[in-house]
Design a protein around this ligand. Structure first.
Ligand code: G
Ligand code: G
Ligand code: MN
Ligand code: NA
Length: 253
């Protein structure tokens, strides 16, 4: 069996798909203020397939559309269940690939998702990369504004790794910037990384955007970040991605 065929079957049945949730923690209070949803795939023949392998395959094969739809349903279902149990889940962010973002019916699909699962506005948000938003900027702004009307948080993921100038940040109705983990790793190692973290956090503050530091693994990195305007920490130090049950047991009340 080929991996692509296996992924196609999985997209059709949903079997072997799971979602893990990684907490985003307030730097000052330590409170869990959000989580990122990350797709996981287990196949009887291939075992656990890394998202680093199957997401690119899903993107070029087009399977990211049905897989992305399944992921959103899983997340919405999880949030619905938590609310029904009387828990107070934080906002959950879902990664969107270019093909998903540019689906002509993305906004009505998201609206239907909220309605079908009876979710309060804003509980599901999205992460997008710079390259998606730079393409056809006027159309991107239009879609982002429609999502903002539903109170969705909108984050630029892997910030700093794209080719853009910083000026486009003020044109986009996004709420959050996620500094790519390569710069966090580089803090304390290279002057360049510190300069980029300083520039991005300074600009984000001026523009009123929330800043997430991604990939924080050590106390030293956390300490180094105290010099900058960073709102939230995401990384192995504050919490690994875990299944919904474990997430609820550890973080929800
Ligand atoms: O845990 P990590 O190895 O999950 O994820 C690897 C990459 O896969 C990351 O870049 C992450 O953004 C991406 N990824 C994980 N889940 C999804 C998903 O549901 N949709 C998309 N588009 N990307 C995802
Ligand atoms: O591209 P994106 O930012 O969506 O990817 C999230 C990815 O980062 C997931 O693969 C997740 O497992 C991974 N990740 C989360 N925290 C850390 C961390 O502290 N260190 C490293 N190396 N990866 C992390
Ligand atoms: Mn992400
Ligand atoms: Na990221």
């Amino acid at each position: 069996l080929e991996l692509e065929t296996a992924l196609r079957n999985t997209a059709e049945t949903g079997e072997g798909l799971a979602v893990h949730y990684q907490p985003l923690v307030d730097r000052d209070s330590g409170e869990v203020q959000g989580a990122e949803a990350l797709l996981r795939w287990h196949h009887p023949q291939f075992g656990d397939v890394s998202p680093g392998d199957f997401i690119p395959l899903a993107e070029w094969s087009g399977l990211i559309l049905p897989l992305g739809e399944r992921l959103m349903q899983l997340v919405a279902g999880q949030l619905h269940d938590w609310l029904a149990e009387g828990l107070s889940p934080p906002r959950i962010a879902v990664n969107l690939s270019a093909r998903q973002f540019w689906q002509t019916d993305l906004v009505p699909r998201v609206r239907a998702l909220y309605a079908d699962y009876g979710l309060p506005p804003g509980l599901i948000g999205f992460e997008l990369t710079e390259s998606i938003l730079l393409d056809k900027q006027q159309q991107a702004v239009h879609t982002l504004e429609a999502l903002r009307e539903m109170e969705c948080r909108l984050a630029i993921d892997d910030f700093g790794t794209g080719y853009s100038s910083l000026s486009y940040l003020q044109e986009l109705p996004v709420t959050t910037v996620k500094i790519d983990r390569s710069f966090i790793r580089g803090l304390g190692e290279s002057r360049g990384s510190a300069a980029i973290v300083a520039a991005v956090t300074g600009l984000a503050k001026e523009l009123g955007l929330r800043v997430v530091a991604e990939g924080v693994e050590t106390e030293a990195q956390l300490a180094a970040l105290s010099r900058y305007h960073v709102d939230l920490i995401q990384g192995y130090l504050t919490g690994r991605p875990v299944a919904g049950e474990a997430f609820a047991a550890h973080y929800l009340v």
